[in-house]
Design a protein around this ligand. Sequence first.
Ligand code: CAA
Length: 265
Amino acid sequence: MSEKTNDLVRLNRLDAGVVELVIDRPEALNALNIQVLLSLKAALETLASDASVRVILLRGAGEKAFVAGADIREMQTMGRSDAAQFSRLGHSVCLLLESMPKVTVAAVHGFALGGGTELALACDFILASEKAQFGLPEVGLGVIPGFGGTIRLARTLGLARAKELVFSGERIGASEAVQLGLVRKALPQDGFFDEVRKQAAKIARNSLSAVSAAKSLMNEFEETSGVHPKVDAEIQRFSSLFGTHDQKEGMVAFSEKRSARFEGL
Ligand code: CAA
């Protein structure tokens, strides 16, 4: 059964308490604008208190992308205070995915860049197809990841590897993501979502109270050393870059489909 929560986010209720939350903006490779983030937040808040839900599969619509990042065209004209609000909204979605008493799984079948990698990292784990591509390319736009990605990536890969990916903005494919420990294995592209649903159903057969007790225990560590204590610092640093020459140039260059000319200002 498919329910449209609105035009940008769709909910498919599968068997045994598994739901698919689909970001449905394929013409922009499912880029996260304010409206998509608000819709995701509302859907996740509803699912968090729905006793029939056990596992949430987060995915993107279309052939090419999970999520190609925050919406660069929308961010292009943001000032510092808009950027701070935007970052806080993205954090709230990621913190919900991370802490809600349900299992959250990112099903990545294509590009997961910037905010896309950040959303995936906030889920309990990532299932990726062999076509998945991850990366945090924000420094190539004159900004930094604004939804907790630097911290979650460092936690998952170790500080030096995460720094290399953040500072270079390089993309990695599924096999490198496996080598680095971002995902456990790369699943075949053909039948990827069927396999993901099977794996979700397997988890959903276990005791939800036991699984969510394990989740909250494993997350307790995060409250002291994870993203939680650093949210305000990240929002401040992310938003402080808005209005600078490099942020404007980086985002205009993306829209004009050319390389950016940065001045470090
Ligand atoms: N924001 C807005 N629009 C986007 C987008 C984004 N992040 N990513 C893709 N699109 C749009 C493109 O502009 C294009 O629209 P038009 O047809 O109107 O031109 C459409 O989606 C299809 O994209 P492409 O033609 O670029 O597709 P491609 O296959 O040639 O390239 C891609 C795919 C490599 C993913 C490329 O689209 C790309 O580099 N996207 C941007 C990735 C990125 O930099 N993400 C980080 C965003 S910043 C961020 O996320 C900050 C944060 O932490 C909060």
